[in-house]
Design a protein around this ligand. Structure first.
Ligand SMILES: Cc1cc2nc3c(=O)[nH]c(=O)nc-3n(C[C@H](O)[C@H](O)[C@H](O)COP(=O)(O)OP(=O)(O)OC[C@H]3O[C@@H](n4cnc5c(N)ncnc54)[C@H](O)[C@@H]3O)c2cc1C
Length: 288
C-alpha cells in the first residue's frame, strides 16, 4: 500500500475561490475525479502543499448536446455521464463521443473520471481529445485574466503538457454539431485491456462514391507525443488510392515512433498504418 505525503485539502464552492487558491499557492494539485491525481499522490510523484478538489464547482458542471446552438460539456462531467448523454442522441457528433467515452478504461473509471481530467491531463493515450479535435472543439479556460477560448487542436504541447496554465482551470469544452450525414470513426489499439493505447484514431466527415469530402482525422496513443489533428485540408479533391496513401504517410510522420515498453518503432508505425486504414475504410473511403 502506498501513502501520499501530507497535504492540505480544499473543496472550493465556486470558481472565484478556486482560482484565487490556485494562484496563491503555487505548489497545488487540482483534482476532479482523482483517477490519475490520487495515484500520483500515492506514488509521491507529486507532493503538493494543497489538493484543490474542483468536482463540485457549479461553473464547471453541466452537459448539453445536440441542440441548435453549440454543444457544451462541463469539465466535471463524469465520463459515464457523457457516455449516457451521448448515447441518447443519434447525431454523428454524439455517436462519436459516445464511442470514445466507452473506450475509456472500465465502468469504475468512467464513473469517477471526468471529461475535464481527461482533456486537461495531456496524456496522448486519453480517448476524448482526438474525438473532440475532429469536432473542432474549443476549450473554455478561466484564469486570473478572465475566460479565454483555445481550440483543442492547439491545446497539446507534448507528453503531459498542455496550454492550460498552472493558475487556470478548464471550464468546459464546446463544439458545433457535425452535419447530420457525416460518418464517424473511433478506434484504439492496446496491448492489454486497461493499458494505455499504442494508437487511437478519430475521424469524421462525408464520403461520396468512395471519395472523401471534408474529412478530419486526429490521432493519439503512445505512438504520439501528444494528441494530434492531421492537417488534411489541402487533400480536398484528392481521390483514393492517392488519398489513402497520403493520409497514412502523414499519420506515420506525425508519429513519434520510438521503441519503448509499448513496442518497437516499427511495430508502432505498423499499428498507426493499420488504424488509419481501418478508419478510412469504415468511413467508406475506397482503398484501391
Ligand atoms: C488504470 C487506469 C486506466 C485508464 N484508462 C484510460 C483509458 O482507457 N482512456 C482514457 O482516456 N483514460 C484512461 N485513464 C486516465 C484517466 O482515468 C482518465 O483520463 C480520466 O478521465 C481522468 O479524469 P479525472 O477527473 O479522474 O482526472 P484527475 O485525476 O482528477 O485529474 C487529472 C489531471 O487533470 C487536471 N485537471 C482535472 N480537472 C481539471 C480542470 N477542470 N482544469 C484544469 N485541470 C484539471 C488535474 O490537475 C490532473 O493533472 C486511466 C487511468 C487509470 C488509472
Amino acid at each position: 500500500m502506498l501513502y501520499p505525503d501530507r497535504f492540505e485539502y480544499a473543496r472550493p464552492r465556486n470558481l472565484g475561490s478556486a482560482l484565487e487558491l490556485i494562484s496563491k499557492v503555487r505548489n497545488h494539485l487540482v483534482i476532479a475525479g482523482g483517477t490519475v491525481g490520487v495515484l500520483m499522490l500515492k506514488r509521491r510523484a507529486l507532493r503538493p502543499e494543497i489538493v484543490v478538489d474542483v468536482a463540485r464547482i457549479p461553473e464547471l458542471g453541466g452537459i448539453s448536446l445536440g441542440g441548435s446552438g453549440a454543444s457544451s460539456i462541463g469539465a466535471t462531467t463524469r465520463i459515464s455521464e457523457l457516455e449516457r448523454a451521448a448515447a441518447s442522441s443519434a447525431s454523428p457528433s454524439s455517436s462519436l463521443l459516445s464511442a470514445a467515452a466507452r473506450a475509456v478504461g472500465d465502468v469504475a473509471l468512467r464513473s469517477m473520471g471526468t471529461v475535464g481530467g481527461n482533456v486537461s491531463l495531456g496524456d496522448p493515450s486519453n480517448d476524448l481529445p482526438p474525438a473532440l479535435m475532429v469536432l473542432d472543439a474549443v476549450a473554455v479556460i478561466a484564469g486570473p485574466g478572465g475566460v479565454r477560448r483555445q481550440p483543442l487542436r492547439s491545446l497539446y504541447r507534448g507528453p503531459l503538457s498542455t496550454a492550460i496554465g498552472p493558475d487556470e482551470l478548464l471550464l468546459r469544452v464546446e463544439f458545433r454539431e457535425a452535419p447530420a450525414r457525416s460518418s464517424w470513426y473511433y478506434g484504439k489499439r492496446t496491448i492489454r485491456s486497461l493499458d494505455h493505447s499504442v494508437a487511437s484514431a478519430a475521424a469524421l466527415g462525408s464520403v461520396v462514391d468512395g471519395s472523401p469530402v471534408d474529412l478530419r482525422m486526429a490521432l493519439g496513443g503512445r505512438a504520439f507525443a501528444a494528441p494530434r489533428a492531421l492537417d488534411l485540408e489541402d487533400l480536398r479533391g484528392t481521390r483514393p488510392p492517392a488519398f489513402v496513401d497520403e493520409v497514412v504517410a502523414r499519420a506515420k510522420s506525425a508519429c513519434s515512433c520510438t521503441s519503448d515498453a509499448y513496442g518497437t518503432a516499427a511495430y508502432k508505425s505498423a499499428v498507426v498504418e493499420s488504424l488509419v486504414e481501418d478508419a478510412l475504410s469504415t468511413l467508406g473511403v475506397r482503398a484501391r
